[in-house]
Design a protein around this ligand. Sequence first.
Ligand code: COA
Length: 431
Amino acid sequence: MQDWRTQHKNKIVTAAEAVRIVGSGERVVLGHACSEPPALVKALAARAAELRDVEVAHMVVMAPNDFLQPGMERSFRLNGMFLGPHTRKGVEEHRATFTPCFFSEVPRLFRNGILPVDVVMLQVTPPDEDGYCSYGLSADYTQAAVESAKTVIAQMNRMMPRTGGVRVHLDELDWIVEEDAAIAEMEAPRFGDLERQIGAHIAGLVMDGATLQLGIGAIPEAALFSMRGKKDLGIHSEMFSDGVVALAEAGVITNRKKTLHPDKFVATFLMGSQKLYRFVDNNRAVEVRPVDYVNDPYVIGEHDNMVAINSALQVDLSGQVNAEAIGSRQFSGVGGQVDFVRGASRSKGGRSIIALPSTAARGTISRICRRLDEGASVTTSRNDVHYVVTEYGVADLRGKTLEQRAEALTAIAHPNFRESLRGEWALASAR
Ligand code: COA
């Protein structure tokens, strides 16, 4: 058997040479979020004229890539398993498509051949002295794609932070393109008074020593800001960002009290600014592990005092949570929300929080509503929901009757809508 250094040398090709393997009608999985390999994406997109119906499977896309440009859809069709600002429009215009699925399920879809992977293109760090590369900022479904794909092409990037958790040996890579590139960054979300109020209510539900999961965006960031006075918090989260670094540096997040993986920050992917990337690089306390492990409700439930903090677009008066559609327009996806809600409910002392502003569209629409909009999805069911938080307070729905839920949720709706919500509820009850 060749030693890994010889293997490494023999596998080095240019990006254009590497992507020649992709054929029409095949499925290409891109490394998730910051693991998307820019040199390979560019080289594959340059083959648009000669390819037809290549499916590009992806979730969080950090910046508009070539596959998303109008006119590319005959050659490349993006299949998003989560949508964001760069992918929604493509789906609306039928140039791209969406597959509803739990993030934690994606590795099984690849491994069981339900979504067979022809080619995976990802970013890795250069190898360590034993020939292992780090998956860097994304292990999530990326590791399962590597293990299932017919061909694995890696962009080896010296700027990719080296994280702990899982790693990939050079044996598993078919082709290597050595090209350094700046890692995609996510701007820190800005938050104002409204998010601060929501954040303060959330912080009131977080006990010292809790292990946290946080979603993306202004509300989780504001919640972290309100937790500066807490002690010994821990992280077991689908992802985390700069706000966690700030609390770790302030000595608030220590991971000391975690009942599983004590002293470790555990996540399945990371995105943020260079501040985050410097913090996680070669940091033995940071473990980036596959999503079918991190988001497994049984694993989550093994953490005592697990607190899951997620957001939503609407909550109806029975507690059904829509976190992914505005009417029938697909806005995002379930991601890890349901897994963390269920995991937190299994956890001793655990709680899950769905936090959202009480209104949308400059105060003209109540996000606490009698019924979800026509076409909307139930992301977290009313059987799973626990706390709902708006800027007006906290509704604890667990074990509550339909009437009690309607009352508790109306009390945290915007005052302008409380009367009409009571009226709609009374009317429905009278029927
Ligand atoms: N009707 C009409 N418009 C609505 C609306 C409603 N019920 N609810 C929200 N909107 C509008 C908002 O006004 C806002 O518009 P703007 O950008 O013009 O201001 C836009 O939709 C986005 O709403 P916002 O509350 O800012 O969304 P967000 O960026 O905070 O994301 C979720 C919220 C729910 C979409 C996001 O958290 C998500 O994708 N969750 C599901 C996955 C998940 O929970 N993952 C967690 C594990 S990491």
